[in-house]
Design a protein around this ligand. Structure first.
Ligand SMILES: Nc1nc2c(ncn2[C@@H]2O[C@H](COP(=O)(O)OP(=O)(O)OP(=O)(O)O)[C@@H](O)[C@H]2O)c(=O)[nH]1
Ligand SMILES: [Mg+2]
Length: 201
């Protein structure tokens, strides 16, 4: 997709602020620090659009970005932030649950898993949870620039095995740093936007 415009729209802190105007949404979910904001920025070719931080747990709200006036990219707050207290975790769960219940059927969810860390227990739980909403889901393995070709293959197979993925679910290896895999991910996103348009027509 050629990006003509990509603009920050809204940082939603509660369910009332969620956007439901019928435009397709592509939601980026995953562990804190897995690289959601970086991937979103790289896909859109806009470095500073979504905030990136070396401190995990910075993205606390549901952040919406409107792309070419026709599809929302949604940066979801990350899970598994080690320093988060109980209240933080509960607030996070509430926000994510609400987003999933309200928008996930219409969304493509991009679940990010760190290729070097592999799929954690929380990633498995997230995968099961997100799969339960009946929307489309694609798994991406992030930061592949940190692995050699051989170890990358092993890591991908490991992720597939740990998440117990069936053939219908793709795992796309990507790097926000090198740009690897972005074409494949864009292809998935395009298909989603097109099928969402057909549903609405
Ligand atoms: N080597 C490498 N580092 C990356 C890549 N993507 C992200 N990072 C680094 O990983 C760290 C976290 O990136 P973010 O994009 O902020 O991660 P996030 O998932 O949005 O984190 P939260 O907002 O806390 O949930 C930063 O230091 C990034 O520079 C990548 O493709 N390769
Ligand atoms: Mg982030």
């Amino acid at each position: 997709m050629k990006i003509d415009t990509a603009e920050f729209v809204l940082s939603a802190l509660s369910q009332r602020q969620f956007l439901k105007d019928g435009k397709p949404q592509v939601a980026f979910a995953g562990r804190s620090n897995v690289g959601k904001s970086s991937l979103l920025n790289r896909l859109l070719g806009r470095k500073g659009l979504a905030r990136i931080s070396k401190t995990p747990g910075r993205t606390r709200a549901v952040n919406y970005f409107l792309v070419n006036g026709r599809v929302y990219f949604v940066d979801l707050p990350g899970y598994g932030y080690a320093k988060a207290g109980k209240r933080d975790r509960e607030a996070w769960a509430k926000l994510i649950n609400a987003y999933c219940a309200s928008a996930l059927q219409e969304s493509l969810v991009v679940l990010l898993v760190d290729s070097k860390v592999g799929a954690t227990d929380l990633d498995c739980q997230a995968f099961e949870y997100l799969s339960g909403f009946g929307g489309e889901l694609v798994v991406v393995a992030t930061k592949t620039d940190r692995l050699s070709g051989n170890r990358r293959g092993i890591a991908l197979r490991g992720i597939r095995k740990t998440l117990e993925l069936g053939e219908e679910t793709a795992v796309i290896p990507v790097s926000a740093k090198s740009g690897a895999g972005l074409k494949e991910l864009w292809h998935c996103i395009e298909l989603h936007v097109q099928s969402a348009k057909k549903r609405m027509a």
